[in-house]
Design a binder for this molecule. Structure first.
Ligand SMILES: Nc1ncnc2c1ncn2[C@@H]1O[C@H](COP(=O)(O)OP(=O)(O)OP(=O)(O)O)[C@@H](O)[C@H]1O
Ligand SMILES: [Mg+2]
Length: 247
């Protein structure tokens, strides 16, 4: 079986500063990967490169068998229809209502307004926000915004779901709810998921594998159990601290 994502020798610089170095990994259809690491490690950059929002300085990224680091904007547009992205900073359109935000990917893909509204309302119901459909984003709480983002990411039934810290700053109940929704989505759509989060305990329940990024490099790629027992203190230390933070 061919991997759904293949990242090879990915490097990125901002001016002279090397922020990603020789990143390489593969991800197969249906896998759920936890992408973890300290703040500034390079997690968000990797997600942006996977959907072609940022072009790497060097290296290759294959998604659905297409090389995207050098792809045209037209082919990236087609590719992104199959990718749902929950942005770390939400990236909701302030000038659009909640329902308009959620149906935006469908309208952009050419669906008629009636059908787009129907599907968007279905997704809002899934995240428990159908009552908020006509509200403006700035009238929502942080947790509600995150759930709108998740609804927008799910509305086109993506084959690949990229979630960048989808529960940052949320209360434990909403956090649990969001992780449950991501797990349900993965099962329902047989989606492949990359989940960036610092919630190690929740990640361990959802993801069979983790990629630990440290200083722009892959420090570890394997199961949580292997990571916990890893002889490299940076790996086991990171995981054990993350786990103990839950008690
Ligand atoms: N536009 C930019 N210009 C310059 N440096 C940047 C830019 N975007 C990111 N960086 C740098 O690249 C590195 C990786 O950033 P990234 O946002 O991927 O970190 P992260 O792992 O997602 O961190 P966090 O957990 O805090 O979200 C950081 O050192 C950051 O300062
Ligand atoms: Mg980030």
């Amino acid at each position: 079986m061919e991997p759904l994502i293949r990242v090879e020798d990915l490097c990125h610089r901002f001016d002279s500063k090397l922020v990603l170095s020789q990143i390489g990994f593969e991800l197969f259809q249906g896998e759920c990967l936890a992408l973890v690491g300290k703040g500034g490690a390079g997690k968000s950059l990797i997600l942006k490169m996977i959907c072609g929002l940022l072009r790497p300085s060097s290296g290759r990224v294959y998604v659905f068998d297409q090389e995207i680091a050098h792809a045209s904007e037209a082919s990236l547009f087609a590719l992104r229809k199959q990718i749902g992205f929950v942005f770390q900073n939400n990236a909701l359109f302030d000038a659009l209502t909640v329902i308009e935000n959620v149906k935006f990917p469908l309208i952009r893909a050419g669906l008629n307004d009636g059908e787009a509204t129907r599907q968007a309302l279905g997704c809002l119901a899934q995240v428990g926000l159908e009552q908020a459909a006509s509200k403006w984003p700035n009238a929502l709480s942080g947790g509600m915004k995150k759930r709108v983002c998740l609804a927008r990411a799910l509305v086109s039934k993506p084959k690949l779901l990229l979630c960048d810290d989808p529960t940052a700053g949320l209360d434990p109940v909403t956090t649990q709810r969001i992780f449950r929704l991501i797990g349900e989505t993965q099962r329902q759509l047989s989606a492949t998921v990359i989940l960036v989060s610092h919630e190690i305990s929740a990640l361990r329940q959802l993801c069979e594998r983790m990629l630990l990024i440290d200083g722009g490099q892959v420090l570890f790629d394997g199961s949580f159990e292997q990571g916990r027992l890893c002889s490299d203190d940076r790996v086991s230390g990171f995981l054990n601290r993350g786990m103990s933070a839950c008690f």
